[in-house]
Ligand binder design. Structure first.
Ligand code: AMP
Ligand code: MG
Length: 416
């Protein structure tokens, strides 16, 4: 029988263990039908096969004359072949009759090849006069003809599942008459900010109060990661209010901040469990962001981020963002970039350190990594003045000139 409170010991787990638990608990992304216009930017949740061939009908690649090869094969500038113009096949208005020996029809690009014809001669190689046209030059039978199905046949795979639908994909779908596709719907996130000391930025503030920076930060980070914010609420540090707020939140991920430490006024863990969430871990051997809490109830995941904005953001970047991307149908991963340390960077602490760094692009190519000056977990400038973070184990040094992977804060870059 599984313990009712797994992981809720004082013991800290490693980053790898936390990631393993999170990955094991991510539900499958959910596919939904969309109009093509609304599916752009989303990932296909199904393979799309061509419902019809392309080209749909055999047509002309040039403005010119549709001819029978047997009639024109000997044509040269010195000995042109003269044909009678019996009609026209225009884009949108095909020629209705049959072209016989010694006859031709004018044809425009994309127009249906006239029955009886097998070749197109471009205007530049002809001279028309008094209802007849002189064919001055030809290369081969079938020239400038686009054959039905030469690009793809009905039933061929057009777009594979997990293709991110871009403008050309939308055009391709429109071209074959596909109007709706199944794509992964965006991961929905409900934000719940806890703290009786908080007031909104811009509100009148008393000396003992704190401006709430987490709500705006998380909303922006969720949206930048491709998630959809379903609600944003602030709740005071009272158990009943926290229980109710968690109970009312509807989303794939309930993202709480604050109230996950050991203080008497920290209620997120108990409130989650009162709502039927099963705790999966609490506390990671890392700095910053140690008291991260993770729980699950059926397909809903709940993260209790530390209240400290720097810790909250670091936990979001490393643990929540990859879940959002996975629920959007993308790989679980991070946007990273490799760089070379400008100087020795050492983790002198006893926990794994997410060291905030700056990246500089050098003239000769490649990124140079510098240790951001401010690292205080109470200093938001430690984030705003950094481009990302390195993960260093206790005692580990990234020596000057050594290469390291930087986890970028530029969330719009997708993991590869
Ligand atoms: P907590 O995790 O609730 O103990 O909060 C840790 C620290 O972060 C406290 O100093 C809080 O005042 C601060 N804090 C918590 N939530 C926020 C927030 N939304 N915006 C800014 N600071 C916060
Ligand atoms: Mg608090």
């Amino acid at each position: 029988m599984e313990s009712n409170k797994p992981g809720l010991t004082a013991e800290m787990i490693s980053i790898e263990e936390a990631l393993r638990i999170i990955k094991n608990n991510i539900p499958d992304p959910v596919g939904q039908e969309y109009e093509i216009a609304d599916a752009v930017g989303r990932l296909l949740a199904e393979d799309i096969s061509a419902p019809e061939p392309s080209p749909r009908f055999t047509n002309s690649a040039m403005d010119g004359y549709a001819v029978r090869w047997e009639d024109v094969r000997e044509a040269t500038p010195d000995a042109p072949v003269s044909l009678k113009v019996v009609g026209e096949s225009q884009a949108g208005f095909p020629f209705q009759g049959m072209v016989r020996t010694g006859e031709t029809v004018r044809i425009s690009t994309g127009a249906m090849l006239a029955p009886g014809c097998d070749t197109v001669v471009r205007v530049e190689d002809t001279e028309e006069q008094d209802g007849r046209v002189r064919i001055l030059a030809v290369k081969k039978q079938g020239q400038d003809v686009r054959y039905q199905g030469e690009e793809f046949q009905a039933g061929d795979l057009l777009l594979a599942r997990r293709t991110k639908i871009s403008a050309p994909h939308a055009a391709l779908l429109a071209a074959v008459g596909v109007t709706r596709v199944k794509a992964y719907r965006p991961c929905e996130v409900a934000v719940l900010v806890t703290g009786s000391e908080l007031v909104s930025s811009g509100e009148k503030i008393a000396e003992h109060q704190i401006r709430d920076s987490n709500m705006l930060m998380l909303k922006a980070a969720i949206e930048e990661s491709g998630g959809k914010v379903t609600s944003c609420r602030r709740v005071v540090d009272e158990e009943q209010a926290t229980v109710e707020a968690i109970g009312q939140a509807r989303a794939d991920i309930i993202l709480c901040t604050g109230g996950v430490s050991v203080g008497r006024h920290d209620h997120v863990k108990d409130a989650a469990e009162a709502n039927g969430y099963r705790p999966l871990f609490w506390k990671i051997r890392q700095k910053p962001g140690k008291p991260l809490y993770f729980a699950r109830k059926e397909a809903t995941l709940l993260f209790g981020l530390p209240g400290n904005p720097v810790s909250a953001f670091m936990c979001f970047a490393h643990y929540v963002r990859p879940v959002i991307t996975a629920l959007n149908g993308l790989p679980f991963g991070w946007p990273t970039v490799s760089g070379e340390a400008a100087d020795d960077i050492t983790n002198k602490g006893s926990r794994t350190n997410m060291v905030r760094v700056q990246l500089t692009w050098r003239q000769n190519g490649g990124y140079c990594i510098t240790h951001a000056e401010k690292q205080g977990s109470h200093m938001l400038t430690s984030l705003s003045e950094a481009d990302g973070y390195l993960i260093l184990e206790p005692g580990q040094t990234l020596s000057r000139g050594e290469r390291g992977d930087v986890y970028r804060y530029d969330f719009r870059r997708e993991p590869v």
